[in-house]
Every structure is written in structure tokens, then in C-alpha cells.
Design a protein around this ligand. Structure first.
Ligand code: CA
Length: 236
């Protein structure tokens, strides 16, 4: 690739991070959520990215953190007002590459927000709430619907599923999102978490892997520590 067209190597080039919610049936059930009729999403700030080997995952005081391991993809072009006929192949053509991610969630903050009709920004947006792997070249994932995602806490398997369980496929996610906001080159899109979400506490070792046909393609490793600063969870 020529130096004039730099590859989008790092997901911290994203202008925005869009996260599909409730995209795996067994996860919807474990949280007693309703299955959406169409894709729904929320945004995470780019400041929540925790790059590989860049320090610990930080737990805010008083927060019940849950891990949500997810496949993310990075766009290679702008997408706007796509029609319903936007095809699976066109969606793949719009992908620059992938990343393994953990959508960390302040579950007690989010549960209160759900109950009171408040936004999810706090529950999803703390610094380090998006650990990411290194960029995964597109060629390493021939089929985004055949990817194994696994997450371990202190070497115990908590999440272990395949992306073939996704409810809304990528082309449907993109056509829906692109009619709400313009999707820009470099944007990162998380495709939802399978079942098995659960708590992380101070001192935990977090390990996630992404594999294709039994071969490990990417990993995340970090330790959980208490977040410095003055935030402490209090009911809104
Ligand atoms: Ca999620």
C-alpha cells in the first residue's frame, strides 16, 4: 500500500464509536431485555479506548462493572442514507478491518438510567471502558459470522460464543445507522455481546481472545484497578 493512502491502522482514529445493543438472543434473555424490532445503538466516546499495553482497566468507585466482549469493525468509507437493498457484499466492501473489543458497562449506572429514562453515556463512557486489541486486517477474518469470541476473568471462561448468533447482520446495521447519522471513514462499530456478561472487580485479570477456525487472531489482556479521580457512584 502506498504511503499516500495510509491504512487505517488504529481504531483510535475513529471520529465516533457506535455500539449495537441487544444483538444476541441469549444475552437479551440474561438481562431480561426486550428483543428490538430494528437495530438500536448508542455511542461510546473515543476517550474510552484502552489501547493494548497501555495500562490497567479502571473501575470507578461504587460502580458494578460488567464485561461485554464484542467483534468490532472499522469503516473504510463514508456511508449515508443507504437503502434497504444494501447488500451483505457491499457491507463487507465497506470494512477496512476488525478489532476485538470489550464494551465495559457500569451496570448499576445503566440500570438506573434505563429505569429513569436517562441516557447511557455515563454507564458506557468512563475512561478505559473500551479495551481494544491490535487492528485485525480484513484478510484474517474471511467471514465475520464465523468468529469465536472468548472472555476469561482470572483464567475462568465467562463468555464463549460464535458471531453466527448475531441477530442483525452487518449490512442491516449499516443501512439502519446510516439513515440516522453519516457513518464516516474510520468509524468503529461494535456488533453486540453474546451471553455470559458478568462482574469485574479490582485485581481481576481480564483476558479476551478472538479466534477463527481454532486459530487465535487477536487478544486483549489487562488488569482491573480502582479509577483515580473524584467520581463515586451516587443515585442521580
Ligand atoms: Ca455491548
Amino acid at each position: 500500500m502506498s504511503s499516500l493512502r495510509m491504512p487505517l491502522k488504529y481504531i483510535d482514529n475513529a471520529k465516533k464509536i457506535l455500539c449495537i445493543g441487544r444483538n444476541y438472543a441469549a444475552h437479551i434473555k440474561e438481562l431480561n431485555s426486550a428483543q428490538p424490532q430494528q437495530p438500536f445503538f448508542f455511542l461510546k466516546p473515543t476517550s474510552s479506548i484502552l489501547k493494548p499495553n497501555n495500562g490497567p482497566f479502571l473501575i470507578p468507585k461504587g460502580v458494578l462493572v460488567h464485561h461485554e466482549v464484542e467483534l468490532a469493525f472499522i469503516l473504510n468509507k463514508e456511508l449515508k442514507n443507504l437503502s434497504e437493498s444494501f447488500s451483505p457484499q457491499e457491507a463487507i466492501d465497506a470494512i477496512e478491518g476488525y478489532a476485538l473489543t470489550i464494551d465495559m458497562t457500569a451496570r448499576n449506572v445503566q440500570n438506573e438510567a434505563k429505569k429513569k429514562g436517562l441516557p447511557w453515556s455515563i454507564g458506557k463512557g468512563f475512561d478505559t471502558f473500551l479495551p481494544v486489541s491490535e487492528f485485525i486486517p480484513k484478510s484474517a477474518i474471511p467471514d465475520p459470522y464465523n468468529v469465536d469470541l472468548q472472555l476469561k476473568i482470572n483464567n475462568e471462561i465467562e463468555q464463549d460464543d460464535n458471531t453466527n448468533l448475531m441477530i442483525f447482520p452487518i449490512h442491516k446495521i449499516l443501512s439502519s445507522m446510516s439513515n440516522i447519522m453519516t457513518l464516516e471513514k474510520g468509524d468503529v462499530i461494535l456488533t453486540g455481546t453474546p451471553k455470559g456478561v458478568g462482574p469485574i472487580v479490582e485485581g481481576d485479570d481480564i483476558e479476551a481472545t478472538l479466534s477463527v477456525d481454532g486459530k487465535e487472531i487477536a487478544r486483549i489482556e489487562c488488569k482491573a484497578e480502582l479509577k483515580p479521580g473524584f467520581y463515586e457512584y451516587k443515585e442521580t
